[in-house]
Write a protein that binds this ligand. Structure first.
Ligand SMILES: [Zn+2]
Length: 285
């Protein structure tokens, strides 16, 4: 009799470490036959660790942290690719985990995830009790302000170190031309958040997905402009009587594999719909 197939077959994890001045980036992903499905990053600077990657890399990140000078951990938002290693780090290293206050109950209860996300990130993050994130986080001679930046997630914060003008953006930036959204994201709230951090005049932008940008203000302006111009074009076509589906295809092309794999959760159509609705179209999650 054949043994039952193991879905963990040929699954591995990636931990790639790079530095930019005093900041260390640990890029993490679950990989299958050499391909990473989706990566995210943790950053170590001074005595602070910012975010903890997906559940798949929790053991490896905790082992990496063991040999580092880390006093506290801060989570930028509750998504599983940012909190996946937090419980492990807390239980094995005894470090406090600070999270945005609105996320604390759901982190303690455990996140509920659709199957495709458990597949991509290899499971659910273990529940853990987080401490409320203060407005100012002082770690050695570094001082970070937690800036509320909802849109991608209701609890999302960026961390701004004013003396160095570093802006840690979690998933606020991702890349310039994000062209698909989830139902629970709010694109206009997201644009307001981008403007809020642009007003801080940061020099270095540090993104979980795309790494380091030394022209922080330019990349933020380009991202805002991309969505605003897309909204202008979408309105122009709507006013000529085009349907939502036709507007989306004209401006962004057909939906891709990610839309089908997520059963429609991620889509270009959702982004265009949000841009056409205007401010306050929904609660991000
Ligand atoms: Zn996220």
């Amino acid at each position: 009799m054949c043994p039952p197939p193991s879905w963990d077959y040929k699954i591995a994890v990636l931990l790639e470490v790079t530095t930019h001045g005093p900041i260390t980036r640990v890029r993490m992903a679950r990989t299958i036959v050499g391909f990473d499905l989706h990566h995210s990053s943790a950053f170590h600077v001074g005595g602070l660790l910012i975010d903890t990657g997906p559940p798949a890399t929790a053991e490896e990140l905790a082992a990496w942290c063991r040999d580092r000078d880390i006093e506290m951990v801060v989570i930028t938002h509750h998504h599983e690719d940012h909190v996946g290693g937090a419980a492990r780090i807390k239980s094995t290293l005894g470090l406090p985990i600070h999270a945005p206050t609105p996320a604390i109950p759901m982190l303690a209860e455990g996140l509920r995830l659709p199957f495709y996300r458990m597949f991509v990130f290899h499971g659910r993050p273990r529940p853990f009790v987080a401490e409320p994130l203060p407005e100012t986080i002082t770690c050695g001679d570094l001082s970070f302000r937690a800036i509320p930046t909802p849109g991608h997630a209701f609890d999302h914060v960026c961390l701004f170190e004013e003396n160095h003008r570093w802006l840690f953006t979690g998933d606020l930036y991702v890349h310039e031309r994000v062209n698909m959204f989830r139902r629970i994201e709010d694109v206009w709230m997201h644009i307001d958040s981008l403007r809020r951090v642009l007003a801080l005049e940061p020099d270095l932008l540090i993104c979980s997905q795309s790494g380091f940008f030394e022209d922080a203000q330019d990349v933020l302006k380009h991202k805002i402009r991309f969505w605003e111009e897309l909204a202008d074009e979408a309105r122009r076509l709507r006013d000529r009587g085009w349907s939502l589906r036709d507007i989306t295809r004209e401006l962004l092309g057909r939906e891709g594999m990610r839309t089908y794999l997520s059963a429609g959760e991620f889509s270009k159509l959702r982004l265009i719909r949000g841009l056409l609705r205007g401010h306050g179209s929904g609660r991000p999650g």
